[in-house]
Structure formats: structure tokens, C-alpha cells
Design a protein around this ligand. Structure first.
Ligand SMILES: C[S@@+](CC[C@H](N)C(=O)[O-])C[C@H]1O[C@@H](n2cnc3c(N)ncnc32)[C@H](O)[C@@H]1O
Length: 257
């Protein structure tokens, strides 16, 4: 007997074109789908004929009870913004459901942003590490880390859910990097109203002007759909040197292999 399951589907940054084939297949056989804004709109075609609910309309236990009820009738899907790997609120549900659920990977915002900027975020000789961070989760107690602790030369920072005014953010990053590096603000990627602003720490404020990409003037506490990427990798030019180095020392087949 087939047992119904809950599928946590990495849905990408919002554009259904970024749903994976595995995600689309799982979604197609789920009669009930939990989807938060903007996914109920952008995925409307995939959701036609299904019961669509908003996950944050329920407290945790109530949500589990509802899922239990739905599972008697059909498979259930949760559309995960981006992918479960980072800054995803579903771990409690996944733990509670155990074997009764599956997680399907998706295109994280970081992946989609890298493609949109046409940039690999670590580059030999330029960037030694890439760090995913959010000022919302660093804490605000004395001794807690700040963004400046991560903003080091040779590090690309991917800043999610920024809640700092752009001028404060830039000042903190300049303190950490100690020099002018590239910065990109990626707003509503793959969604209506998408805006991408690329510049340097020294000129990004002028380029952004009055636009409130971080929803700082809004009443809502929901994080803005804006990813910030900072570092030398955004502005470095890669020639063929490392290609030839890798070919010679790593990838070229030799007779004795
Ligand atoms: C709660 S986190 C979710 C991250 C998600 N799990 C992922 O893998 O991309 C929400 C943050 O992700 C980023 N984000 C999500 N969707 C985005 C989009 N369409 N455009 C730009 N940034 C986005 C923003 O930094 C936003 O504040």
C-alpha cells in the first residue's frame, strides 16, 4: 500500500522556471500545498486544482495536526523559498515528520544570484572563502559577532535578510575589508519588480539613491527579498592562467594513470 508523504520542495527564489524536475514531479502529485507569498502567485499554474494554504497561518502543533489529517487523503507539499540549506524555518517540521517526509533540493537564492551576476563567488588568488551571514541572526549582546568580523579581504560575503540601513551596512563593511570592494544588491530576483544594483562600497549608496531595498520604512518585520553580495570576487577579472594551471597539474590525463 502506498503511504502518503510530505514533500519539502526547494522552490527557488520565486520564479517557477527554477523549480527542479524532481520538485515539479513531487508537486504534481500533492493535493495540498503550503506556500507563502509570493509563491502562491508565481506558482499559480502549478497549483491549479490543489488546496493551497499559508504555513504561518498555524501554530506548530496545529500545523502538524492538519498535516496528519491531509495525509489520510493525499500527499502534501511545502514550497520552500530557495532551498532548505540556509535560513529555512522548516527543520522542526522535518524532524517531527521523520520518515513521513522527504526533502527535495532547490535552487538557493545564492545560486540564482551567482548566475544572474555571472560570477563564481570564490576565485583562486582573489577569494579564499565565501561566508553566508545575516545581521538578523548574529545577536545583539555584548561580545556577539558583527558583520565587520566576517568582512575580511579575500572573503565573499553573502548577506541574507539585511535589516541595517545601507549607510551603516557600508560603513561596517568598509571597516572590515579596509578597502573598496565590489557590492551587489539583488532585489526580488526572478520576480516582478526585480532590480539589481552593482557597484563598489564607495559608490553603492549613490547608485541606490532613495530606494528602500531592505523594507526599512515598512511596518512589516518580514525580511525584504534582497540578497547582498560583497567582495573582491565581484570585480575581479579571470584570465586563462588558472585554467592552464589546473589542466597541467590536475585534470590532464597522463599515460601512467
Ligand atoms: C528566510 S531567507 C530564505 C533563504 C532561502 N532558504 C534560500 O535558500 O535562498 C529570506 C532571505 O533570502 C533572500 N531571498 C529570498 N528570495 C529572494 C529573492 N527572490 N530575491 C532576492 N533575495 C531573496 C533575502 O535575503 C531574504 O531576506
Amino acid at each position: 500500500m502506498m503511504v502518503n508523504k510530505v514533500y519539502f520542495i526547494g522552490a527557488g527564489p520565486g520564479d517557477p522556471e527554477m523549480l527542479t524536475l524532481a520538485g515539479a514531479r513531487a508537486l504534481s502529485h500533492c493535493g495540498v500545498v503550503f506556500a507563502a507569498t509570493p509563491y502562491e502567485q508565481t506558482f499559480a499554474e502549478h497549483l491549479a486544482g490543489k488546496q493551497v494554504l499559508v504555513p504561518f497561518d498555524y501554530y506548530f502543533d496545529e500545523l502538524l495536526e492538519r498535516i496528519d489529517g491531509f495525509l489520510n487523503e493525499s500527499d502534501v507539499a511545502f514550497l520552500i523559498p530557495g532551498d532548505l540549506t540556509f535560513y529555512s524555518p522548516f527543520q522542526g517540521l522535518v524532524d517531527a515528520l521523520g520518515e513521513r517526509c522527504e526533502v527535495i533540493p532547490g535552487v538557493g537564492t545564492a545560486n540564482a544570484a551567482s548566475a544572474r551576476l555571472k560570477r563564481t563567488l570564490d576565485l583562486p588568488g582573489v577569494c579564499k572563502s565565501a561566508v553566508i551571514v545575516s545581521p538578523r541572526t548574529l545577536g545583539d549582546r555584548p561580545g556577539d559577532p558583527t558583520l565587520a568580523d566576517f568582512a575580511r579581504p579575500g572573503t565573499t560575503l553573502l548577506i541574507y535578510m539585511n535589516n541595517m540601513p545601507l549607510s551603516d551596512l557600508v560603513a561596517e563593511l568598509r571597516g572590515g575589508y579596509g578597502s573598496d570592494v565590489g557590492i551587489a544588491l539583488i532585489h526580488r530576483l526572478g520576480l516582478p519588480g526585480e532590480e539589481i544594483v552593482e557597484g563598489l562600497l564607495s559608490d553603492i549608496e549613490g547608485k541606490v539613491g532613495e530606494r528602500d531595498f531592505f523594507n526599512l520604512s515598512a511596518k512589516t518585520k518580514r525580511p525584504a527579498l534582497t540578497l547582498v553580495i560583497v567582495g573582491e570576487s565581484l570585480i575581479a577579472h579571470e584570465d586563462g592562467t588558472w585554467w592552464d594551471h589546473r589542466r597541467e597539474h590536475i585534470w590532464r590525463y597522463r599515460d601512467n594513470e
